[in-house]
Design a protein around this ligand. Structure first.
Ligand code: CP
Length: 307
């Protein structure tokens, strides 16, 4: 592929190529320490980020390269009204690949039409976040395995882009997917339709975790995406509705793996952090080897990477 825009474009073979490469790099990062010396990655973050931005920067530097960073919307010429199409056309002249996060769904697709260097979508509004999905799958593979998986995905399924990307990718693995949310934050109907059409083991929707928790291998919890709500009152109606604490987990399997893309607000009680259930910090750390693998694949052959 020329660009990475959604997880829908990834076959099982593509995913396994990235995860296997990430595992190799994780086992011996020194083997790739100079692999992309003198290459530059352009960072275009039109929305806040801690993990995605810093792990891409870490990944590029650990491959021997460096980054050029547009900085915030406030400090760049976006503030003067420059269009996204113009911005990416300029920065592709500075960098060998681009990483874009933007509040508008579809922004990465649009931007990719204006550039020849690889463009990786780091989150487009409530759309997709495919590089997060790859580190999520890496974490699932390490903790629970991707075969015969039963996963619960809970929280803001309407606006949660990590959920949309993960759900599509899991149809490659015949995972049983249970979606748990308040009615107002269910998966968009078009996503449900697509998931039913895909060759997965099936999806089910629930308004409570109780009935599915004992069967789960993995529980993937998400933050309610306050910034996407058109109306603060609507947010207040659902804020704090889905929280996991030690009492909740009395009904869970001892082998349950709890994940969260982070940042969390109050969805997972801090008491869980020190238990064997918690995989969310490990998940965030996996962002580095997985993004090193992705950059390596996309940057090989002078920018014509072909996964
Ligand atoms: N998981 C994730 O995308 O985190 P950031 O918003 O901090 O990048």
């Amino acid at each position: 592929h020329d660009h990475l825009i959604t997880s829908k474009q990834l076959s099982r073979a593509d995913i396994e190529t990235v995860l296997d490469r990430a595992a190799e790099i994780d086992a011996d990062p020194s083997a790739v320490a100079d692999r992309h010396a003198n290459r530059l990655l352009g960072l275009l973050f039109f929305e806040p980020s801690t993990r995605t931005k810093m792990s891409f920067e870490t990944a590029m530097k650990r491959l021997g390269g460096d980054v050029v960073d547009m900085g915030s919307v406030e400090s760049s010429s976006v503030k003067k009204g420059e269009t996204l199409a113009d911005t990416v056309r300029v920065i592709e002249g500075y960098a060998d690949a681009l990483v874009l996060r933007h509040p508008k769904q579809g922004a990465a697709t649009m931007a990719s039409e204006f550039v020849d260097v690889p463009l990786l979508n780091a989150g487009d509004g409530a759309g997709h976040h495919p590089t997060q999905t790859l580190l999520d799958l890496y974490t699932i593979r390490e903790n629970a395995g991707l075969d015969d998986l039963t996963i619960g995905i809970m929280g803001d399924l309407k606006y949660g882009r990590t959920v949309h990307s993960l759900a599509y990718a899991l149809t490659n693995f015949d995972a049983r997917q249970h979606f748990v949310s308040p009615e107002s934050l269910q998966l968009p109907r078009e996503v449900v339709y697509d998931l039913h059409q895909a060759d997965g083991a099936g999806i089910r929707e629930h308004d409570s975790l109780e009935e599915v928790l004992p069967s789960l291998d993995v529980l993937y919890v998400t933050r309610i995406q306050r910034e996407r709500f058109p109306d603060e009152q609507e947010y207040q109606k659902v804020a704090g509705e889905y929280q996991i604490d030690m009492e909740t987990l009395e009904a869970a399997s001892d082998d349950l793996t709890i994940m969260h893309p982070l940042p969390r607000v109050d969805e997972i009680a801090p008491a869980i952090d020190e238990t064997e259930y918690a995989a969310y910090f490990e998940q965030a750390h996996n962002g580095v080897p997985v993004r090193m693998a992705l950059l390596d694949l996309f940057l090989q052959e002078g920018g014509d990477g072909d996964e």
